[in-house]
Design a binder for this molecule. Structure first.
Ligand SMILES: C[S@@+](CC[C@H](N)C(=O)[O-])C[C@H]1O[C@@H](n2cnc3c(N)ncnc32)[C@H](O)[C@@H]1O
Length: 204
């Protein structure tokens, strides 16, 4: 990883995603039991888990981000165990049907071959288990989508692999999930190319 990816981008990412945190905090109240957070980043969501959680396991491929997340854990007191480890959502080192909830926030924009990660989430979830998700996605408005496609190659380079053209709603359906709850909206406080959001709960 480069200096930009390890040191500069995490700061930019934390600032750029601050706007979403209140909504993510509300949503993560739905995570329960043994929870896997994929792409845990710098640990920005770790404070949002509530009483129904028995354990959180976080995986993140960028060790420098995980160092920051370890700092978050060390500074806070949690009522449940938290384990953070370097890992790739496309190849999860966990048993089949071993989690009650998987949390995916602002991560399916960045995972290469996201269909592999969706299949892995499905594998490690227990039957009836849920994915709690908050993702920015491709716009359903043709004009905005055309601009997303134009800007995407540059954005991907600046944002360490992040894409603004992903159809994550369809991706989860294709992986075998059904939606228990989904909000599909344009966030009023972020630029139009990042504004289309899906958030909610998908069930195995
Ligand atoms: C925009 S950040 C969001 C981080 C965190 N989920 C949050 O809400 O702040 C995207 C994250 O996805 C991670 N990521 C990229 N590829 C991944 C992969 N193959 N498996 C798991 N996480 C990945 C990145 O390293 C980064 O931490």
């Amino acid at each position: 990883m480069s200096f930009y990816e390890d040191r500069i981008f995490p700061i930019f990412m934390e600032l750029a995603t601050k706007t979403f945190r209140r909504e993510i905090a509300d949503l993560l109240g739905s995570a329960e039991g043994r929870v896997l957070e994929i792409g845990a980043g710098t640990g920005a969501n770790l404070g949002f888990y509530s009483a129904g959680v028995s354990e959180v396991v976080g995986i993140e491929p960028v060790a420098a981000m995980l160092d920051k997340a370890h700092g978050v854990v060390a500074r806070a007191g949690y009522d449940f165990p938290i384990t953070l480890q370097v890992g790739d959502a496309r190849d999860l080192p966990f048993d089949d049907a071993s989690f009650d909830s998987v949390v995916a926030c602002l991560v399916f924009c960045t995972i290469p071959q996201p269909e592999k990660a969706a299949a892995e989430m499905h594998r490690v979830l227990k039957p009836g288990g849920k994915v709690v998700f908050y993702e920015h996605v491709a716009s359903s408005r043709p004009g905005v989508h055309a601009w997303q496609k134009r800007i995407n190659p540059l954005w991907r380079k600046l944002a360490c692999g992040c894409e603004i053209t992903r159809d994550t709603r369809q991706l989860f359906e294709r992986a075998g999930f059904s939606y228990q709850q989904i909000s599909d909206f344009e966030h009023p406080k972020v630029p139009p190319l990042m504004a289309p959001i899906i958030s909610g709960i998908a069930v195995k």
